[in-house]
Design a protein around this ligand. Structure first.
Ligand SMILES: [Zn+2]
Length: 207
């Protein structure tokens, strides 16, 4: 079975974690959190997160994080991010990280809080920070960037199998296309890659 660790659209072509920022028509598995771009009104949204805490289909808090290109000030974003990391620790759920030009800050927060829950760096595409992200123990989720980012293609071999996830995010591409590309680059058969990702999914989400 294919696993799509982060998507904004329900497609039902894989086991998928659909990212929700509003609770409407809930998909089977979903992540819920305040995106850094929306971190200004965190009070309201935190109460929504708390309403969903007991829901066994809410697999992760996310996407949450820091973005230096877009969104409110870094101080506002940090406070919203830290609050949600602490919630994830309390309810024992992994975190899906949105990080744009802010890895140093996110790594510093991780060192400070020492979270026990797994963090998943979604939409990873910045090869220069790869070693540091791996050393901090994050899972790396690869999406559409693998098709045209040649540095990422070359760095793929450095990502240990047990730290790898795949995702479509908000792209039109299918998760199967991403699996095919990654399996070719990693010299794995499609079924070998499927098994690797499925095992990671079961281990991290205890499913
Ligand atoms: Zn996303």
């Amino acid at each position: 079975m294919l696993v799509n660790i982060h998507t904004h659209y329900k497609r039902a072509d894989s086991i998928e974690i659909v990212n929700c920022s509003e609770i409407f028509d809930l998909p089977s598995y979903y992540s819920f959190g305040i995106h850094p771009w929306d971190s200004e009104n965190k009070g309201l949204k935190i109460s929504e997160i708390e309403r969903n805490l007991q829901d066994k289909f809410m697999l992760a808090i996310g996407e949450i994080g820091l973005d230096k290109i877009k969104g409110p000030s870094l101080e506002i974003q940090k406070s919203c991010f830290i609050d949600q990391v602490l919630i994830a620790e309390k309810i024992k759920r992994p975190v899906i990280i949105h990080c744009v030009k802010a890895w140093n800050e996110i790594a510093a927060i991780k060192k400070q809080l020492q979270p026990k829950q797994t963090w998943i760096f979604h939409g990873f595409n910045k090869v220069p920070i790869l070693e540091s992200v791996l050393a901090e123990g994050l899972m790396i989720s690869i999406g559409e960037a693998i098709f045209n980012n040649t540095k990422l293609q070359m760095a793929l071999q450095k990502i240990p199998n047990d730290q790898l996830f795949l995702e479509t995010d908000d792209s039109e591409i299918t998760i199967l296309e991403i699996y095919k590309k990654v399996s070719t680059l990693k010299n794995l058969s499609l079924s070998e890659l499927e098994e690797i990702i499925e095992n990671n999914f079961k281990r991290i989400f205890r499913i």
